[in-house]
Design a protein around this ligand. Structure first.
Ligand SMILES: *Cc1c(COP(=O)(O)O)cnc(C)c1O
Length: 366
């Protein structure tokens, strides 16, 4: 068969792509690891799936469409969080719900506020909706500057994203901080509380579901990708007012949550206690790694996620390359490097590589 090549000429001009989309990078995944390297670039769980999850997936129907409403899962999640099931919306990962909500509230000329640096997916989701990002610089200790975020609200603000624990810096928002922030935000502005890593957080971190009763403009976003190790099955959920979730559903691509994902989430919830040990192991390893990095001279913020943040500044690319050469695939993000907490075997390799980075690029750790 003849190969088709795309050539644009005067007679065959390129199709018109929205300029803001043409200027946007497609989502770039954490780099794939060489066979002997540790892939610590996407905050994935290093554990094998729970046997109940594996069994549940095997039972899924494949030739039929899934239950678009994910009713069984929503009922379980509603009971778990003490809300009605119409306050639960399930999506193909919580990123897809973020996308749906932004599309539902913000269009051309509208503004979406979030802290920066935060989750690398936020800017693209806002751009795709046609809206403008308002990035509020984080404090020097990497926490959200919530008073500045509230002060950034204008007539055009349609949504604010609060990420706690924050990806990639690991900092949290406390309940008092959040309550004070919400008192300054008009109730007509949607606030999304992204707590993808809440299961790894200490007791000081605000818990989104407990805040719902007080704040009618709040949607809490949660995922099975991190603590439950179901990243590959694409399943997450939002909690909030039914009319807001209906608006999200209206923008959703129907039927993108698979039966496998729904069954796996139900199985994981049914065996929730079995995940406690995994979480404790990751948290203990994160503390061990953080202590060791600080002892090496790194200025690492205390993380509440399953990752740590190395503020490497201008040395980020060079430092990430060195980690790569030493078998650690990390995520370089602008002015720092995010390293996921992985399997026990990765710790020595990681700390040796980090020590070498400090020795070769001492300024990277300042
Ligand atoms: C991983 C992550 C999510 C959820 O991802 P999904 O796999 O789409 O559920 C949401 N927010 C943040 C900040 C994340 O890091």
């Amino acid at each position: 068969m003849r190969k088709v090549a795309w050539v644009t000429t005067a007679e065959n001009p390129p199709v018109r792509i929205r300029p803001e989309i043409a200027a946007t990078q497609p989502y770039r995944q954490g780099r794939q690891a060489a066979p002997d390297a540790f892939k610590l670039s996407s905050n994935e769980s290093p554990f094998a799936p729970h046997p109940a999850v594996t069994a549940a997936i095997a039972e899924a129907t494949i030739n039929r469409y899934p239950d678009a409403s994910a009713q069984a899962l929503r009922d379980v999640l509603a009971a778990r969080h003490g809300v009605s099931s119409d306050m639960v919306h399930v999506g193909a990962g919580s990123v897809s719900i973020l996308s749906q909500l932004i599309q539902a509230v913000a269009g051309p000329g509208d503004e979406v506020i979030y802290s920066w640096r935060s989750f690398e997916a936020y800017p693209g989701l806002v751009t795709v909706a046609g809206a403008n990002s308002v990035q509020v610089p984080s404090l020097t200790d990497h926490r959200h500057d919530l008073p500045a975020m509230a002060a950034a609200v204008t007539e055009r603000t349609r949504a604010i994203i609060v990420c706690s624990p924050n990806n990639p810096t690991g900092t949290i928002v406390t309940e008092d901080e959040f309550t004070a922030f919400m008192a300054e935000v008009p109730r007509s502005v949607l606030v999304m509380f992204d707590e993808a890593y809440i299961e790894f957080a200490g007791p000081d971190a605000a818990r989104g579901p407990a805040l719902l009763a007080e704040h009618p403009n709040l949607v809490v976003l949660k995922t099975f990708s991190k603590a439950y190790g179901l990243a590959g099955l694409r399943i997450g959920y939002g909690l909030g007012a039914p009319y807001i979730l209906d608006a999200a559903r209206a923008t959703a691509i129907p039927l993108s949550v698979t039966e496998q994902g729904q069954r796996a989430a139900l199985a994981a919830l049914a065996h929730e206690d079995d995940y406690r040990q995994q979480l404790d192991e990751i948290i203990a390893r994160r503390e061990q790694i953080t202590d060791a990095l600080i002892a090496q001279g790194w200025k690492v913020p205390r993380s509440h996620g399953n990752f740590v943040w190395l503020p490497t500044g201008d040395f980020t690319t060079a430092a990430a390359e060195l980690f790569m050469e030493r078998g650690i695939v990390a995520r370089a993000l602008g002015e720092g490097i995010r390293i996921s907490i992985g399997e026990a075997e990765s710790v020595d390799t990681l700390l040796k590589a980090a020590a070498e980075v400090v020795a070769k690029l001492p300024s990277a750790a300042q």
